[in-house]
Design a protein around this ligand. Structure first.
Ligand SMILES: Nc1ncnc2c1ncn2[C@@H]1O[C@H](COP(=O)(O)OP(=O)(O)O)[C@@H](O)[C@H]1O
Ligand SMILES: [Mg+2]
Length: 331
């Protein structure tokens, strides 16, 4: 990958667990990656694999009961997880923006959309009120909200779901952040609006040379937006590669399964060959590869020993099959 100085975000051996009456359960088992400036990393995987937990951990925003058991997050070399709360808030407002799945939970229902965007701009810049308002209007226009002057004075409920999500994007981008973390930002929307919003994010990302961590369970949209893809399974990174390489030649049987069901979906085959079985329940004892119970190519070793993340030609794959042609794997 790129030279060290080009790395904007660096995640090192991130481990997250949740506390409950039964004890601690680890749900993210040592995630590491590096995101260069101006690039988009897609984090993909089935529901429950740890995508959201990972996103929240990046800014130390885990809900109560959750804790970062180990690891580091560096943003421009700054150790994010040891920043005092005030600095963390500043970083979150001014440099790192987040968009979540449900825009209704992030917009204040009893305040006009215009006042919410304007306030965010005022809090982080030395604009005048008038300048902030003008900027808010420009942003709404940019995200495809027609007649922004009038709509500034409307409340969130007066907008459709797709429009609210676009407003969230406008808010997230109003300070031209260096990094956008988007957690399934289009999952709740219909396909047409989904495509529009992805295009919008991509345009703004390229125009502002912004980096993004784009989280989705839908591999179909990854090809359009991502430079790099990281596949999560049961809290483990099982594969990471450049998007074009991953689509051309997925190496992990899980990624192969995901891609296979995608191709069938496009061909509208009647019987979708989805990957059989279910992802592991959190806290199931970990011996062997987490995917082994569902893997069509698993053998004894896969059930007994967790494979390391083999690294080769800029690709990373957690699968014992890699050992057959390369013995240079490491954890
Ligand atoms: N607040 C919580 N308390 C306990 N366990 C949680 C909590 N949030 C998430 N988890 C667990 O962490 C794992 C990963 O969840 P999550 O990151 O939300 O998955 P994804 O976003 O990939 O669907 C799941 O096993 C889930 O049950
Ligand atoms: Mg999630």
């Amino acid at each position: 990958m790129n030279a060290r100085e080009d790395i904007l975000l660096s995640v090192e051996d991130l481990r997250v667990s949740f506390r409950s009456e039964e004890g601690k359960t680890e749900v993210l088992h040592g995630l590491s990656y590096r995101l260069p400036k101006g690039k988009v990393l897609a984090v993909v995987g089935e529901s429950g694999c740890g995508k959201t937990v990972h996103a929240l951990s990046l800014l130390n925003l885990l809900p109560s009961g959750g804790e970062i058991a180990a690891g580091h997050v560096y943003y421009q070399g700054k150790d994010v997880l040891s920043l005092p709360p005030q600095e963390l808030r500043r970083l979150r407002g001014a440099e790192i923006a987040m968009i979540f799945q449900d825009p209704m939970t992030s917009l204040n229902p009893i305040r006009t959309v215009g006042s919410q965007i304007t306030e965010t701009i005022l809090a982080h810049t030395d604009c005048t009120k008038l300048q902030a308002r003008a900027r808010a209007m420009r942003l709404l226009k940019q995200v495809g909200i027609e007649n922004p002057r009038k709509r500034m004075d409307e409340y969130p409920f007066q907008f459709s779901g797709g429009q609210r999500q676009r407003i969230m994007i406008a808010m997230a981008l109003c300070l031209t952040p260096g990094l956008l973390i988007a957690d399934e930002p289009t999952t709740a929307l219909d396909v047409t609006i989904q495509a529009q919003i992805l295009k919008l994010i991509k345009n703004l990302q390229q125009k502002n040379h912004m980096s993004a961590v784009f989280i989705t369970h839908n591999l179909a949209i990854v090809a359009d937006i991502a430079d790099e893809v990281l596949v999560l399974y049961g809290g483990y990174c099982v594969e990471e590669a450049r998007a074009d390489e991953l689509f051309a030649k997925p190496l992990h049987p899980y990624t192969q399964g995901l891609l296979h069901s995608l191709v069938s979906l496009k061909r509208k085959e009647e019987h979708l060959p989805a990957i059989e079985g279910y992802p592991p329940a959190p806290g199931t004892p970990k011996e062997g590869c987490p995917f082994a119970p569902r893997c069509p190519r698993a053998w004894d070793k896969c059930h007994d020993r967790l494979p390391p993340l083999f690294e080769k030609n800029g690709r990373r794959v957690r699968c014992w099959l890699q050992e057959k042609d390369d013995n240079s794997g490491r954890n």
